[in-house]
Design a protein around this ligand. Structure first.
Ligand code: GAR
Length: 212
């Protein structure tokens, strides 16, 4: 992976695909040194699949409900990812548990709409997160980009961006502001990865200064 060779990226999603759209738009504007080589959805009806098709990106549906066990689902997903031999795997609103081969450790990222380790884990996704944030009455939330390990939202943290919670916020208004920060944070983390500037040291991700 060099500046002249884009980072081969597989995107996994389950929903509307606004996260994917942001990555596609930036890739097409040459703001992100990646090539999205495949989009895999865990749901047949995910609109993200349609977004990928519109941009000529190969798509595949591997739906959890089509597999009797999580193990066989995980195996099918692993094979589909392996077939692309990607440099990077990005979860973009991917709501199933995926445990890929250890060789991908440090090469799989997720974006979560809260400041991990708060408001995360199984069942904490999308609007559930913003509802829980408002219910808890915290004053600051945000988004987190992290490397994926074998559990939900527990991998090493790459970047976080904070968002103030207002007294009159609703889950929708809060989601809008958090997603605005996600649209900056995810490309930033991916760019750092593609530039080889993320150094994994145990649970800590250190950002290496650019060489010039
Ligand atoms: C994003 O806000 C993302 O942070 C969140 O789901 C949304 C996906 O939107 N991810 C999680 O909650 C993961 N735990 P999209 O389907 O429009 O990209």
């Amino acid at each position: 992976m060099t500046a002249s060779k884009p980072c081969r990226t597989v995107v996994l999603l389950s929903g509307s695909g606004t996260t994917l759209q942001n990555l596609i738009d930036r890739m097409e504007r040459s703001e992100l040194p990646i090539e999205i080589v495949r989009v895999i959805s865990s749901r047949q009806d995910a609109y993200g699949i349609e977004r990928a098709r519109r941009h000529g990106i190969p798509t595949q549906v591997i739906a959890r409900k089509d597999f009797e066990t999580w193990e066989t689902f995980n195996k099918a997903l692993s094979q589909a990812v392996d077939a692309e031999d990607p440099d990077l795997i990005c979860f973009a609103g991917f709501m199933s548990l995926f445990r890929p081969d250890k060789k991908y450790y440090g090469r799989i990222m997720n974006i979560h709409p809260a400041l991990i380790p708060a408001f995360c884990g199984k069942g904490m996704f999308g609007h559930h997160v913003h509802e829980a944030v408002l219910e808890a009455g915290v004053k600051i939330t945000g988004c987190t980009v992290h490397f994926v390990d074998e559990n939900y939202d527990t991998g090493p943290i790459i970047l976080q961006k904070a968002v103030e919670v207002y007294d009159d916020d609703t889950p929708d208004s809060l989601a809008d502001r958090v997603q605005a920060t996600e649209r900056e944070a995810y490309p930033e983390a991916i760019r750092l990865f593609a530039e080889g500037r993320l150094h994994l040291d145990g649970r800590r991700v250190k950002i290496i200064a650019p060489t010039c």
